[in-house]
Design a protein around this ligand. Structure first.
Ligand code: NAD
Length: 285
């Protein structure tokens, strides 16, 4: 069983981004927006900002207090949206409970939507049109491609249908010509469904959900789940139990996680290039 090395793949993608950025006169700028002081969010934002600087891009971070109003956060997003030095805007989720995340995300212009989470970006993905795609499923596609996993004609099962991971993942695999089943918490007999999969992507957020009974011999298993516990990090897949069954698996940590940040860097450069090609105007489809 091959353990897919997401760290090395992510380092390669980030080096490609840095090489591309070095050739640009106008360095791409990413504005991360962090509202409040959720410790996990602070860690995620810090690693995104570090990756931005390491790629030679401009780190245009904004920190807002936890008691910020909806109108206050909206005003910051509108300001970043209008600023030509800002090529990408990333609103770190989750937001404090009194804020409506969807309404705020939809203020991000589609050309600066480096997380690919606006309604408009989701629509472009659904129609297979040019746009910025959510980073985690993009990272999964990149890993499958770099491992030489054939997607055309493959049976793929995605477990989880969130707007962040599962749903766009199913769309992207479909566009790679896989035959895709989208499973979720109401799926009856999950093991029978997942055993059909040549490519099994698990994004359920349930630690250890997937074991040997769920996996077809020779399958590629991509574990998106991340669970923090005292001993470290674990995924949705009981990876060690798949030895002798799966052909390839992604470990947690060191699998999909590092790819998410790498694809955010790719999206930021893509957004900046698009703005440049359209005389500073952001992407409009
Ligand atoms: P979510 O809670 O929004 O969605 C979970 C989905 O899984 C839902 O559609 C639900 O129907 C389905 N589900 C839940 N229990 C199930 C079950 N028992 N059987 C089948 N389906 C079930 O979660 P999310 O935001 O999509 O994240 C999923 C996991 O991926 C989490 O562990 C999260 O931490 C992780 N994640 C990792 C990255 C990364 O960079 N690696 C990025 C985003 C999310």
């Amino acid at each position: 069983m091959i353990k897919i090395d997401g760290k090395t793949a992510a380092a390669r993608v980030r080096a490609q981004v840095a090489a591309e950025v070095a050739l640009l006169d106008d360095k791409p700028g990413l504005a991360t927006v962090l509202v409040g002081d959720d410790p996990a969010s602070a860690v995620y934002v810090a690693s995104k900002r570090k990756a931005v600087r390491e790629a030679g891009m401009r780190d245009l971070h904004r920190s807002l207090p936890a008691d910020s109003s909806q109108a206050g956060v909206a005003a910051v997003i509108d300001e970043l949206a209008a600023d030509p030095a800002v090529h990408g805007i990333l609103l770190q989720l989750p937001l404090p409970a009194h804020l409506d995340p969807d309404a705020l995300i939809d203020r991000i212009p589609v050309g600066k939507d480096v997380d690919g989470l606006t309604t408009q970006s989701a629509g472009l993905l659904a129609r297979g049109e040019y746009g910025l795609r959510p980073c985690t499923p993009s990272g999964v596609i990149e890993l499958l491609e770099s491992e030489g996993v054939k997607m055309r004609g493959a049976r793929a099962v995605v477990v989880g249908r969130s707007a962040l991971v599962g749903h766009p993942m199913a769309e992207m695999l479909t566009q790679k010509d896989a035959t895709v089943t989208l499973a979720h918490k109401h799926t009856v007999d999950l093991p029978a469904v997942t055993r059909e999969a040549d490519i099994l992507v698990v994004a359920a957020g349930v630690r250890g959900l997937i074991g040997p009974a769920h996996v077809k011999p020779g399958a590629t298993v991509i574990d998106v789940g991340i669970h923090r516990f005292e001993g470290g990090l674990a995924g949705d897949v009981r990876t060690a139990e798949l030895e002798g069954i799966a052909a390839r698996v992604t470990p947690v940590p060191g699998g999909v996680g590092p790819m998410t940040i790498a694809m955010l860097m790719v999206n930021t450069v893509r957004a900046a290039r698009w703005a440049e090609e359209h005389n500073g105007h952001s992407m409009t489809p």
